[in-house]
Design a protein around this ligand. Structure first.
Ligand code: 8YV
Length: 342
């Protein structure tokens, strides 16, 4: 069959630079509008880019709702690079028959590694110690310098026990002999609980009993500020709090108060409500580890995410070697399917 002429090929937009060799695969089937530099797109620019496109690969930087798609009459598919998809108005997409997909599974273990690294950094005051050393404050070894809390044998609490939560639970239970508690909307099958040696408890028990609490739940208006001053007041003063999900899960002002007053020992945050802006009060505190939303940022995993997003778009638009394979749909965007779980 002759290759379709450029004019008749579907158009797709890639909102941020990914990996050139992976993005190039889209060129086998589509006219590709790639983005060479990291770009902050305004909502109006996103709408203009989507107009006339059949599909798009987007990241958490681009928020896509009714206003962005209302004039995109040929848009059929959005492939989000990431497991979280709070940047997409899934209902608005579904209402217009646009298939949305995300990239679960490929980032589970890498993101769980990062969660564990942050938990340990908070517990053992690693970044605080490094700053102290680099500042030239280490003049004499002393017995009580930077005393932290133990990770092994302690109680690990996981809020949101999807795939990443389970991977963190396995690390804690099998690697560090931790007692693992979790809170989730529903209880997990016994096989999974056994595998990660985790027990489901109510939210208050999780807050009260965790020595190290990790947030791994999806963000939505319903989970905004799930960790607020009331929740923080129930935690042990010796506890650590790690967030690798979305910044909006925590009331950052309340967290800064708790950390400053010693009400909470320490925290580790990879995500922020107003990112890339970070609350100046958090920046000024020593007992919080701060990283710039890099939970899934290993080279291999970011490549796998980009590959999956490209595969998803190709499949959703009915082209290429995987034509006919279903893309990885986000829950609820394809009638009768509900396959995406965090
Ligand atoms: C992604 C993330 O890198 O997958 C997620 O939900 O938070 C990150 O690890 C990000 O979404 C890229 O768009």
């Amino acid at each position: 069959m002759p290759a379709p002429s450029a004019a008749s090929r579907p158009r797709v937009w890639v909102s941020q630079p990914l990996f050139d060799d992976i993005v190039a695969r889209l060129g086998e089937h589509f006219e590709v509008g790639a983005t060479a530099q990291v770009t902050v797109w305004s909502p109006a620019q996103v709408a203009a880019k989507l107009r006339g496109c059949d599909g798009a690969v987007v990241t958490l930087n681009e928020r896509i709702g009714t206003a962005e798609i209302v004039q995109a009459s040929s848009l059929r598919a959005i492939a989000n690079v990431g497991v979280g998809y709070d940047n997409l108005d899934v209902e608005a997409l579904r209402a217009r028959g646009i298939v949305a997909s995300n990239t679960p599974d490929v980032l589970t273990e890498t993101t769980a590694d990062m969660g564990f690294a942050l938990l340990m950094a908070a517990a053992r005051r690693i970044t605080e110690g490094e700053r102290w050393l680099r500042d030239g404050r280490w003049t004499q070894w002393s017995f009580d310098t930077l005393l932290g809390s133990d990770v092994h044998g302690s109680t690990l609490g996981i809020l949101g026990m999807g795939r990443i939560g389970q991977a963190i639970a396995r690390r804690g239970a099998h690697g560090f002999g931790m007692r693992v508690l979790y809170h989730n909307r529903s209880r997990l099958p016994e096989r999974i609980e056994r595998n990660s040696r985790a027990a489901r408890v109510d939210f208050d028990t999780l807050l009260r009993e965790s020595d190290h609490l990790v947030l791994v739940l999806p963000y939505s208006p319903a989970t905004r500020h799930v960790i607020d001053s009331t929740a923080l007041a129930k935690m042990k003063p010796t506890a650590t709090l790690t967030n690798i999900a979305r910044g909006g899960l925590i009331d950052e002002a309340a967290l800064a108060d708790a950390l400053a007053s010693g009400r909470l020992a320490s925290a580790a945050l990879d995500v922020f409500e107003g990112e890339p802006a970070v609350d100046p009060r958090l920046l000024a505190l020593d007992n919080v580890v701060l990283t710039p939303h890099v939970g899934s940022a290993s080279l291999a995993t970011r490549r796998a995410m980009a590959e999956l997003a490209v595969d998803n778009l190709v499949a959703a638009l009915g082209h290429g070697p995987r034509a006919g394979d279903p893309p990885t749909p986000i829950a609820g965007t394809i009638p009768g399917k509900d396959t995406a779980k965090r």
